[in-house]
Design a protein around this ligand. Structure first.
Ligand code: HEC
Length: 165
């Protein structure tokens, strides 16, 4: 864990360094991707804890568990595939599991494990895996439960927990 954290720290340092240079020289093209939003970071953390062992660290469907899965998870880095999925599709698959949305029952339902806004965080993270893919429209009316009114203390505050663990 530590070397990873150290590496991240170094990346952060160079990132900041890069920014400094940029402001001095004016219109230089942005070489680094903008940092992910807090929501995406929360989703990434949940994904790593709950999903990566099947769906793969990179979301390409090649998790450690796949030799034991007769039906393989799909490749979420594949823009052509993700384009066909609306946020609602992803949300419902995660909440209801494969059985609930006529996919493989090996995909577990998470509506008893995760809160709605956590599932939404996961959807936001999944969307970053194939960033080039415009998403399919959700069927209206469908509104995602966003974060609960008062922000959660403790594990949800990024500053107190640090990233990644
Ligand atoms: C035990 C292994 C396993 C775990 C853990 C798991 N999944 Fe899946 N998941 C699958 C499989 C297998 C499928 C493919 C079902 C199919 O195509 O029939 C799937 C399908 C899905 C789908 C449906 C969309 C699609 O077309 O592929 C989504 C979204 C998804 N998983 C997200 C998640 C997220 C997010 C988590 C963690 C909270 C998670 N999964 C955890 C095995 C798993």
């Amino acid at each position: 864990m530590w070397p990873k954290r150290l590496l991240l720290l170094c990346c952060g340092f160079f990132l900041l360094w890069g920014c400094g240079e940029q402001s001095e020289q004016g219109a230089r093209p942005l070489l680094v991707k903008p940092p992910p939003s807090e929501q995406v970071l929360r989703g990434a953390r949940l994904y790593r804890d709950y999903c990566a062992y099947c769906h793969g660290e990179k979301g390409n469907g090649k998790g450690l568990n796949t030799p034991y899965l007769p039906k393989l998870p799909r490749d979420y880095t594949d823009g052509a595939y993700m384009r066909e999925k609306s946020d609602q599709d992803l949300y419902e698959a995660i909440a209801q599991g494969g059985r609930g949305v006529s996919l493989s029952p090996l995909m577990p339902p998470y509506d008893q494990t995760l809160r709605p806004w956590e599932i939404w965080d996961l959807v936001a993270f999944l969307r970053t895996l194939a960033p080039q893919a415009p998403r399919k429209e959700s069927e209206s009316p469908f509104s995602f439960p966003q974060r609960e009114p008062s922000p959660l203390p403790g594990p949800y505050s990024l500053s107190s927990r640090g990233l990644p663990r």
